[in-house]
Write a protein that binds this ligand. Sequence first.
Ligand code: PGA
Length: 286
Amino acid sequence: MNFLTEYLVAEENNEQQAKRSKLVAGNWKMHLTSEDAKKLVKECIRKVRADPNVEIVFCPPYPFLYLTHHLIKDTLMKLGAQDVFWKEQGAFTGKVSPKMLLDSGVEYCIVGHSETRGRFGKLDITEAMVEYFAETNSTVNLKIKALFDHLIHPILCVGETHSERVEGLTEKIIEIQMIEALKGIELSLLNQLVIAYEPVWAIGTGDVCGSEEAEKICKFIRNILAEKYAPDIAGNVRILYGGSLKSENAAEIFRQPNIDGGLIGRASLEIDEFCGIIEHANKEKK
Ligand code: PGA
């Protein structure tokens, strides 16, 4: 990136930072029963101080979307899904379309999570397992296009594995993930995108990425948006951090200028933890 582009991004980011609302999304993965879900959401509604500058998004498994939507429909909280298939309808057993998500009240959808890509942060993952889950940068691209067609915000996850990090490939991997996932998408739509930097080695491992390192990578992601797309898009897109985020490390992470919130797995299942993280987002909003 040349000096002028870097300067423009920094200027744009200073201005836009104040306008970007924070976002805290809870990814429940394949956990909870409907009773647990009900309890968790009700408790969260009771405990959390609603703040229009901090969006709270629940991403339950498909069978609990309707239930969760029903519980939060009169609040400022939002509904998200964990995955989507890109076709509108058809003979695709087991798949769920963006049209169905929209019909269930979904406003956000995670795509490209390292778990749907088949990687689980573990060192012993087999290539067969990666192939079995088989989400690739090009299917992520189809999903993002289909979500935009239905006015659902994609939450695009990017991040490197442990070995890619050790080999110094972090930035290269993330750049490829972004360019391929965003190929052919109309520029104006990109303002509605959310990106989550999720280092695979930090997901579900308790091994949180330091705030300085997380900020450095999120700034790199913003610079890619400016360089490949436009400085104002870089200023508008919200970039989250995800990977072993808890209430004890959330404040430090949320304080970083290029981090606009978090994508939370394990800690989103524990009411005090999740509410604690939201409280930090409320305090650290710009
Ligand atoms: P974790 O998961 O918070 O349990 O590490 C984060 C994620 O997978 O989005």
